[in-house]
Ligand binder design. Structure first.
Ligand code: GAP
Length: 488
């Protein structure tokens, strides 16, 4: 990360804390690594991102329905899905510091250092060697690379390494009252399996015909050994996943369609397209016959936000085998029974939240506008903004608060608003800019005479005088989901 990007990222993290978006979890006990809490504005922003995704998937597609399955699932499910045996990261311990690292992260850091030092050929060679070792699951080769490139533990400074071992990322706990009779269950590492095991229930109750999709938003848990980059890699996070069930043989057509449709969803909120790119997987997971990541350019480089995977009939077939229950669909159009193929779209809600925050964050030098010389503004799409409008009486007296309250009481039936009368109007505008409120409604003395108010627009800082009676319609139109959903 270069200095500017590093600084920008640090500023976004402090802004997120200072303005009630994201707090470190259990902070008064010094925090819990890779776990975060969302504050008052963070929770609103997160809910708005969820709503955007849910509306675009479920409301906008007649053939997609949404469910909410439990976090605890039968342990056999994770055997069938391959997570018990294969959901691993290659880990290595330093014998002196007793610290554990992901072997590939140590190598990635070394590659980044070579690149920073201008040793491009060395960086490329190591990248290639690492990818080969990972592809072949060759743990000895990963260790050899760590030794060959003289990578030392950042804590002890020594190169006294253990062998590289696989470490399963699932959290487990005991289900049942007594420890002897208890059964080991897992906290789900993805929401997708809750969809697969409900495939037949939903197909029957919602009377769905293939092709159709099932969407879900929910928590997932992974014992990530290395906590990195704020809310990018967490131990408790949320996913928004959709499994689209299709006739075998049509998967490449649907894969292409969802790849395009998902990028459109990202771009519709106004993000610069150059910030996004596709990254095709070269090493495919055992269940996939095609996979692509949608990557965003974070301050620390292009990173995955969403994955689109053609998962074949792997999951349903595995559940059919492990449960002994048929997971087939009778297709009346071709008069055949088959296990459907699946295209999955899977996006991390917390990563999307971070992307949204970083993309919206702007430090502006204003010189003369509004008599302050700088401001931090979150240029969030109005549909995503935590607060839609702030209602601000110019002063605390002369009946202005009463008039402002009257307006607030009417508008709050439709929107999340803030009422504020403390501090100068300039300071109050700045505070709303910092949390991304798209509109400020100011009530002044003229409002008492002719029932008009000013609307101040966050991005342009322009103000217009409008009739207070028109506010419901004006604000309603400006923050309407319709405008956004029409673009996708
Ligand atoms: N069902 C497929 C699946 O879970 P994945 O690529 O492992 O695929 C999907 O995860 C998305 O979930 C990622 O693109 C990322 O946005 C998010 N994600 C994965 N691990 C995460 C973590 N530890 N913290 C935050 N988000 C994570």
């Amino acid at each position: 990360m270069n200095k500017n990007n590093d600084e920008l990222f640090k500023n976004v993290i402090s802004h997120a804390k200072e303005y009630g978006f994201v707090f470190p979890s259990s902070e008064i006990y010094d925090g819990l690594s890779a776990v975060y809490d969302y504050g008052e504005f963070g929770a609103e922003l997160k809910n708005n991102i969820k709503t955007y995704w849910w509306k675009s998937m479920v409301q906008m597609h007649e053939n997609i329905v949404g469910i909410d399955s439990a976090i605890f699932m039968h342990p056999k499910i994770w055997k069938a899905s391959g997570h018990v045996d294969g959901f691993n990261d290659p880990m290595i311990d330093n014998k002196d510091s007793k610290k554990r690292y992901r072997a590939d992260n140590l190598l990635e850091d070394r590659i980044a250092k070579y690149e920073k030092d201008g040793k491009t050929a060395k960086a490329e060679k190591l990248q290639g060697d690492m990818e080969k070792a990972l592809k072949e699951d060759n743990l000895n080769a990963l260790r050899d690379l760590i030794v060959e490139h003289e990578i030392a533990c950042p804590i002890s400074g020594t190169r006294n390494w253990t062998d590289v071992r696989q470490f399963n990322l699932m959290f487990s706990t005991q289900f049942g009252a007594t420890s002897d009779g208890a059964e080991e269950v897992y906290l789900r590492p993805e929401t997708a399996q809750g969809i697969f095991v409900n495939f037949l229930n939903v197909q029957k109750t919602a009377r769905m015909k293939i092709p159709f999709g099932i969407a879900q938003i929910g928590k997932a848990f992974r014992n990530e050994v290395i906590a990195r980059q704020f809310i990018m890699r967490m131990r408790e996070f949320e996913q928004m996943e959709m499994q689209f069930f299709i006739r075998p043989g049509t998967e490449m057509e649907w894969y292409a369609k969802w790849k395009e449709e998902r990028l459109k969803w990202h771009l519709a909120v106004g993000t610069n397209p150059s910030k996004y790119r596709y990254h095709d997987h070269t090493k495919l997971a055992h269940y996939a016959n095609a996979a692509v990541d949608i990557e965003f350019e974070f301050p620390f480089g292009f990173k995955e936000v969403e994955g689109i995977h053609s998962r074949t009939d792997f999951d349903l077939s595995q559940h059919q085998e492990y449960s002994g229950k048929k997971m087939q669909y009778f297709d009346p159009e071709i008069n055949q029974n088959y296990v459907p193929y699946v295209i999955e779209t899977s996006i991390g809600l917390d990563r999307m939240f971070l992307l949204t925050l970083i993309n919206a964050y702007e430090e502006q030098d204003l010189s003369d506008a509004e008599k302050t010389d700088s401001r931090v503004v979150l240029r969030l799409h109005p549909c995503l903004a935590p607060v839609k409008a702030a209602v601000l009486p110019l002063t605390k007296k002369d009946g202005l608060p009463e008039k402002a309250r009257e307006i607030m009481d009417k508008l709050k039936l439709d929107h999340n608003l803030i009422y504020e009368e403390k501090d100068s109007i300039g300071k109050r505008y700045r505070r709303q800019d910092a949390i991304g409120t798209p509109f400020c409604i100011t009530v002044d003395h003229q409002s008492l005479e002719d029932n008009t108010v000013t609307i101040r627009h966050r991005d342009s800082m322009e103000q217009e005088r409008v009739a207070a009676d028109q506010l419901e319609k004006i604000i309603g139109d400006l923050v309407s989901w319709k405008n956004l959903l029409q673009k996708i």
